[in-house]
Design a protein around this ligand. Structure first.
Ligand SMILES: CC(C)(COP(=O)(O)OP(=O)(O)OC[C@H]1O[C@@H](n2cnc3c(N)ncnc32)[C@H](O)[C@@H]1OP(=O)(O)O)[C@@H](O)C(=O)NCCC(=O)NCCS
Length: 184
C-alpha cells in the first residue's frame, strides 16, 4: 500500500505466519532485536502475536514489509506514540537474511518515516539500536537519523556488555531531503 523503491509496506496477513515464525526463531536475527534473553517462539504464539497486532493504532502499528513482487521479508512499525509531543519510537526487521545489506531495510524505513511525518504529522521519531549493529546504525544514518545519546553498557550479549545508541530524526530535516511518496 505504501510503496518505496524496493518495498511495499502493507498489513500483516495470516499467510505471513509461517515465515514470521521462522524469522523470530533465528538467533542471528533476534540478537539485534531483543534486549532480554532470547527464547524460542511456537507457531501458536506467533499466530497470537499477529492476531493481536495493531489492535490499538493510537499506541502502535506494525506493517509487513514485502518486495515489489510481493514476497514477505519482514516488518516495521511504530510504538509508544505520544500524541501530545508528536513523537514515537520505531522498530524494523528484515527477517529474511537473503535481503540484508541490499537496501530493503533502508528503503522500508524511508517509507515508514514518510507515513509517520506526512500521514500522522509526527514531529520527531526515535529508535534504539545496539552498538554492535553496525549495519543498522549505517542504515539509519543514511535516511537522516542522528545520534542523540548513548546508554553505556546497557545490554549483555554473549557475556559482554554493549552500549545502546539512541537515534532520532525530525520531520523538517526528513522532508528537506529526498523522501518517498506516501502511497501507491
Ligand atoms: C538493520 C536493517 C534494517 C538495515 O537494512 P538493510 O537494508 O539491510 O541496510 P542496507 O543494505 O541499506 O545497509 C546499510 C549500510 O550498512 C552497510 N552494511 C551492510 N552490511 C553490513 C555489515 N555486515 N556490516 C557493516 N555494515 C554493513 C552497507 O554498506 C550500507 O551502507 P552503504 O549503502 O552506504 O554501503 C536490516 O539489515 C535488518 O533488519 N537487520 C536485522 C534486524 C535488525 O538489525 N533490526 C534493527 C534493530 S535496531
Amino acid at each position: 500500500m505504501y510503496r518505496g523503491e524496493q518495498v511495499i509496506l502493507r498489513a500483516y496477513e495470516k499467510t505471513d505466519l509461517e515465515r514470521a515464525h521462522q524469522f523470530f526463531n533465528d538467533y542471528e536475527m533476534m540478537r539485534f532485536l531483543r534486549i532480554g534473553a532470547i527464547y524460542p517462539c511456537s507457531l501458536e504464539q506467533e499466530a497470537e502475536v499477529i492476531e493481536n497486532l495493531n489492535k490499538d493504532k493510537s499506541k502502535g502499528y506494525a506493517f509487513a514489509i514485502a518486495t515489489l513482487d510481493g514476497k514477505y521479508i519482514g516488518g516495521c512499525g511504530y510504538m509508544d506514540l505520544d500524541q501530545k509531543n508528536a513523537t514515537c519510537m520505531v522498530g524494523i526487521v528484515i527477517g529474511d537474511k537473503d535481503y540484508w545489506g541490499k537496501g530493503y531495510g533502508t528503503d522500508a524505513m524511508r517509507v515508514l518515516l514518510g507515513f509517520l511525518f506526512r500521514e500522522l504529522s509526527l514531529r520527531k521519531v526515535q529508535l534504539g539500536v545496539f552498538a554492535y549493529n553496525v549495519r543498522g546504525i549505517k542504515s539509519y544514518e543514511k535516511v537522516g537519523y542522528k545520534v542523540e545519546g548513548v546508554f553505556k553498557d546497557q545490554i549483555q550479549r554473549d557475556g559482554i556488555f554493549h552500549d545502546e545508541v539512541r537515534m532520532a530524526i525530525f520531520r523538517d530535516d526528513f522532508l528537506k531531503r529526498d523522501h518517498p511518496p506516501i502511497a501507491t
